[in-house]
Structure formats: C-alpha cells, structure tokens
Design a protein around this ligand. Structure first.
Ligand code: SD4
Length: 347
C-alpha cells in the first residue's frame, strides 16, 4: 500500500486537525492506509510524526449505483491506470443502463418527451469538457471528453453538441425507453412540475477518483430533472457547480437540485474550503449550510429540496453531506467497496 509524505499547503496546525480527522475516521469505520505489516496504532503513530498516509487509489460515486460504477472504474485504477480514464469508464456503465432513469439511456425526458443529457469531465491538469442538452447520444461523458481533448472549447450544447458527437462517430440512438415514455405520458395528465430528489434512491452520477500516481479527476452525468423545460440545464455539466477538481487540493461533485448548486457554485466551493484546510466532510457540510441559508432567504422549500456533495482530498480522505436525509454514496479502495449514508442537515 502507498505511503507518501504530504502536503506543502497544509500548515502544521492543520496537520494536527487532519490527524484528528483520521482518528475520528477510524472510529467511524473509515479505514486508514496501513502497511499490512503494521498495525493501525502504528499507522497512527506515523501520522503523529506528521507523516500523512495517502490512501490511493480511491474512487467515490454518488448514490447506490455508484457501487457498480466504482467496480468499473476500479478496472482502470486497480491496474495503475489514470483517474481520468477510470471516471469516464465508471460513469459510462450507468449511462448505458436503461433501468437507471436519471442518467443517460432510459433517462426521464423533459416535458416535451425529449431525453436531453448533461455531462462534464475534468482532469488533474484542469483540462475540462462539457456538454449540455445533448440528445440521441448514449455517452455524453465521452462527448465531453472529446470536447476536452479535440476542440479549443470547453462546452458545447444542444444541436452543436449533437453535430460534434456525430462527426466524432458517436452513434445516433433513441434514448427514450418504453418505460420512461410511459411514465412521461402519465406525468402529462397533470403536467405538474415537482422535481423529486432521491427518486428511487438514486439520481445523477458524480464520480471522483485519486489514482495511484496521485492524480485526481472527476466526471458527472445526468438526464437532469425529470420533465424539466426543454433546454433547461442543471449544475451537472457546469464546471465549478456540478464538478470541480484541483489536483493540489481535492475534488468534489454534486447531486440534487441543480439550480441551488449553481447558485453557490457548489463543487468549487467545496474544493475551495478544502484548500483552506477543511476536511472533505466539513467542506461539504459548509457548502450545504450555505445552500440552506440562501434557500431560507428566498423562502425556498427546504423539505422538497435535496442537495448532496461528495468530496475527496489528495490524502484519499473522503466525506459527504446532504441537505435532507436519504443521500448515499459509494467508496471503493483496496479494502473494498461500500455504500455510506451521508449525514444531513435535516433529518
Ligand atoms: C440537475 N443535479 O440536473 C441534476 C440532477 C440531480 O437530483 O442530481 N437531481 O439538476
């Protein structure tokens, strides 16, 4: 397992805080990297000596479907592959699954019956690519990556995104499955727009990973809010809102009501708070608190709004936080793959 001395950007006092975080992480069942030949206590002793144990590789994904997506990403990470490849492969699994009705193929359509997809990707060099309101393409995350790697731009939307995807050889497909179409027709009867987060306990997939080389990357992909207005774009394809990666600090991604996440530039805020020395968990919590505060100022409906953040830092420490109960995320490292219930501000 990997041990590495880190980080110039943490001051000594922050190191102590982080040491305590690692200890409390142990109490919560979060496993700290340890040489198989040393005990946990010895590992902590090393931490006492201000040596930080980097736990890598590690991958985190939003929601329950993150378990399978993490396994897919691990096929790359476990072979010493790059985080950017891992996150793309991981989320593609969910994009292709017609039974996941909030991402990719089989995603719930907008109110006009059109499946429009949003996705973005970001690597350790701050290379970024993004698509919004893309129709007929099963893997928007790969189109986002192609934008990142093959164009001078970072974001292409709607018809332009479709045109680019077709030029790149992505097949044009019908993404509206009979099941999603039937649900949409049922919705049309009342046409009442009531976005519900935590639908069947899964939603947008955001994935962030730290690879064996110590590089961070992330991806985020969704069909967005069901029955949204045609052309509506949420936070998921917006770098800084739905996803952000700073290879010197950490990475974060969001799920839930995109409008609220955009308002506070959520994922960037979480990473910024980690840069200031906050643990991933504390950073996610503070971002959620700000969203709650802004909602209260506008008399927003706290009960019906869900927001969830997950975050990972360069040490491989992770955390999450949600506005309302019900959000969970999957974490995979060399010790296993587990679903963690996120803490929330509201019960
Ligand atoms: C959006 N954040 O389009 C996405 C969807 C989502 O819970 O995650 N909903 O706003």
């Amino acid at each position: 397992m990997e041990h590495e001395l880190l980080y110039p950007f943490f001051k000594r006092s922050e190191m102590t805080k982080r040491r305590n975080f690692i200890k409390s992480g142990l109490a919560l069942g979060v496993v700290v990297a340890a040489n198989p030949l040393t005990s946990c206590a010895e590992s902590i002793e090393k931490v006492e000596e201000a040596t930080f144990l980097v736990r890598k590789p590690v991958v985190l994904s939003t929601w329950r479907f993150g378990i399978e997506a993490n396994e897919e990403a691990w096929k790359v990470l476990g072979q010493a592959g790059a985080a950017i490849d891992a996150v793309e492969q991981g989320v593609k699994l969910v994009e292709a699954d017609p039974n996941e009705r909030s991402v990719g193929y089989g995603g719930r359509p907008d109110r006009d019956g059109r499946v429009t997809l949003d996705a973005c990707i970001m690597d350790h060099n701050a290379n970024i690519g993004s698509v919004a309101s893309l129709e007929h393409i099963k893997h928007p995350v790969s189109v986002a990556r192609a934008i990142m790697e093959k164009t001078p731009h970072v974001m292409i939307v709607g018809d332009g995104a479709l045109q680019f995807a077709l030029e790149q050889g992505f097949p044009k497909e019908n993404l509206l499955t009979p099941e999603s179409e039937a649900e949409w027709k049922e919705w049309l009867v009342n046409s009442e727009y009531k976005p519900i987060a935590n639908i069947e306990n899964h939603d947008t997939i955001g994935m962030i990973a730290l690879d064996e080389h110590g590089n961070l990357s992330g991806a985020c992909t969704t069909s967005g809010m069901a029955y949204k207005m045609h052309g509506r774009v949420g936070d998921s394809p917006i770098i800084g809102a739905g996803l952000y990666v700073d290879n010197e600090v950490g990475a974060a991604t969001a799920t839930g009501h995109g409008e609220e996440v955009i308002r506070v530039v959520g994922a960037h805020l979480v990473v910024h708070l980690m840069r200031q020395g906050k643990s991933p968990q504390a950073a996610c919590k503070e971002a959620v608190e700000l969203i709650k505060h802004k909602l209260e100022l506008r008399n927003g409906n706290l009960e019906e709004t869900q927001i969830g953040f997950i975050a990972l830092n360069k040490n491989g420490e992770h955390g999450a936080y949600a506005l309302n109960t019900g959000f969970n995320y999957a974490v995979k490292d060399m010790d296993g793959n587990m679903l963690v219930d996120a803490e929330s501000l509201r019960r």
